[in-house]
Design a protein around this ligand. Structure first.
Ligand SMILES: C[S@@+](CC[C@H](N)C(=O)[O-])C[C@H]1O[C@@H](n2cnc3c(N)ncnc32)[C@H](O)[C@@H]1O
Length: 254
């Protein structure tokens, strides 16, 4: 409760509200859309940082991306979705991994999409300028200097990095983005805030959005086990899940 009150303190000040009961009454009034939107924004946990859970990013660089490179030789296209991307550090981290392997991916069509339900946070991700504190959380000095320029508004991505990523508002409970199907979806540290029924609906949506031989990556403390029948542990890495396809009554995975 203290976390909720803390998160709402700005709203209380902005709307001159003295307690949660008064807030609930105001939310029940007609035309409370703006207040409701601001309350949702205030309650979202946007905690993120570059290369969060380094082991997972090592796994991405050393096995998942090379595997996708093999799998997609015929098309030479790669589509990755960071679902619940917060201010973009996760997707910028993936883009930096790909830039570090630039010879391998030369001539490929690469789509990197980041989405989040928060309007405010998507605006920050699009701008992509990070404070000193934010870049020091996860980036090495050579990554900071190699991919970002220090400006008055913070550490901003260089053109090569910026043009690799696209950010858009999207609610995970809605239909998948038009770019689907994706080869890899990162939905990390998002689902743990949902109740079991909502989580199960989101897994259904994610399943629709992933290529049958694609992969879903969850956060370090998350799993599909006991949550959905749509995915199983992929076996080719921890935190990685494969979509199940049903054919003639058989449950198959690529
Ligand atoms: C804790 S952050 C995780 C960010 C990043 N994936 C990571 O692991 O560092 C969770 C993000 O999920 C977003 N989120 C929460 N509910 C969502 C929904 N229904 N649709 C899309 N994004 C959502 C929040 O706005 C927040 O930015």
């Amino acid at each position: 409760m203290w976390r909720i009150s803390g998160a709402l303190s700005g709203i209380f000040r902005q709307y001159d509200i003295s307690n949660v009961d008064q807030l609930v009454c105001l939310l029940a009034e007609p035309r409370a859309e703006e207040l409701a939107r601001n309350v949702v924004e205030a309650l979202l946990n946007n905690e993120t940082y570059f290369f969060r859970d380094k082991l997972m990013f090592d796994q991405l660089a050393e096995s998942i991306l090379p595997q996708l490179w093999e799998q997609r030789q015929a098309q030479r296209t790669l589509r990755i979705w960071s679902a619940g991307c917060s201010s973009g550090q996760e997707l910028y981290s993936v883009a930096m991994l790909l830039l570090a392997q630039r010879e391998r991916w030369s001539g490929w069509h690469i789509d990197l999409l980041g989405t989040d339900v928060s309007t405010r946070i998507i605006a920050a991700a699009r701008k992509g300028c990070f404070s000193q504190f934010e870049v020091q959380r996860g980036l090495t000095v050579s990554q900071m200097l190699g991919y970002f320029d220090q400006r008055d508004d913070g550490w901003c991505p260089q053109q090569e990095l910026r043009k690799m990523v696209t950010f858009r508002e999207h609610n995970l409970l809605e239909r998948a983005p038009v770019e689907a199907p994706f080869d890899l979806v990162l939905c990390r540290n998002v689902l743990l805030y949902f109740d079991p029924a909502t989580r199960s609906r989101v897994f259904d949506r994610l399943h629709e959005a992933i290529h049958p031989d694609g992969r879903l990556m969850l956060g370090a403390g998350e799993t599909v086990i006991g949550q959905t029948e749509r995915f199983v542990p992929a076996g080719d890495g921890s935190g990685l899940y494969a979509p199940i396809t049903v054919s003639g009554g058989l449950r198959l995975r690529a």
